[in-house]
Ligand binder design. Structure first.
Ligand code: CA
Length: 246
């Protein structure tokens, strides 16, 4: 697959795991699906052709794809087959009503589910919601690291079994580290992921201030941090193994 230059320059938000790619050339259908899913809080990326979808797929790494079959530059089935070679992303196929053959071919190509056209938008959004409920790591996941126990679903954090209070930013920062242990995160990466900001507009100290506050709450001695290490000139690193429990 080629990496296309796409108008959409947004970077995937790794905090929000629920990215949906819609491949549907009918403008009104595409827009209605996107509108409803965005309202439900998903990060939605619309495309209208195979060419566009190929580029966007690589760029955003969606968790779910809604894929029409008949497209201006080829068949959606082709896209599904290509995606299946490289990814287990959940694919819901939009097929023509009463064409059982389409559904069979859709499954053969690697689709996981289908909705027949003309379809009910609420059925489609329910299918999307059901998928994310079952598969989202945010559903009931707990991450443990050292003395820290972090619950994604109820947004609570324990240290040695005692709950601690974190602000929203501290919580998001901690989650970012726990989901990327032993990886260097640059100040700009942290800013972009946490505050949906372009690093160039942010105050130099925003990250440092948030890191300091988080350290004061989680480190046994914030002057000698064990969890969040400074990597000189590069950024910060979560210096503990993380274990996930569902
Ligand atoms: Ca179509």
């Amino acid at each position: 697959m080629n990496f296309n230059n796409n108008k959409d320059s947004r970077q995937p938000n790794i905090i929000n795991m629920n990215r949906v790619l819609i491949l549907e050339d009918e403008d009104s259908v595409n827009r209605s699906i996107a509108f409803l899913l965005e309202k439900e809080g998903y990060e939605v990326y619309s495309c209208y052709s195979l060419g566009e979808a190929r580029g966007l797929f690589q760029k955003i790494e969606p968790q779910l794809i809604i894929c029409d079959i008949t497209l201006p530059d080829g068949s959606g089935l082709m896209f599904i087959r290509e995606v299946r070679k490289v990814s287990q992303v959940h694919i819901i196929c939009l097929t023509a009503m009463d064409r059982e053959a389409d559904q069979v071919i859709g499954y053969e190509a690697g689709a996981d589910d289908y909705v027949t056209k003309p379809f009910s938008l609420s059925v489609l959004t329910m299918k999307v919601a059901a998928y994310f409920r079952r598969h989202s790591p945010a559903s009931s996941e707990i991450i443990e690291s050292g003395r820290i126990k972090f619950s994604i679903s109820d947004m609570r954090v324990q240290i040695d079994g005692y709950y601690i209070d974190l602000t929203k930013n501290e919580w998001k920062l901690l989650r970012l580290f726990l989901e990327h242990p032993k990886q260097i995160l640059s100040k700009n990466q942290i800013l972009e992921q946490l505050f949906d900001m372009d690093g160039s507009f942010a105050d130099e100290n925003t990250v440092a201030v948030n890191i300091r506050r988080l350290r004061e709450k989680i480190e046994p001695d914030s002057a000698k941090p064990e969890y969040i290490k400074n990597i000189r000139g590069m950024g910060y690193l979560w210096n503990q193994e993380c274990r996930r429990n569902i």
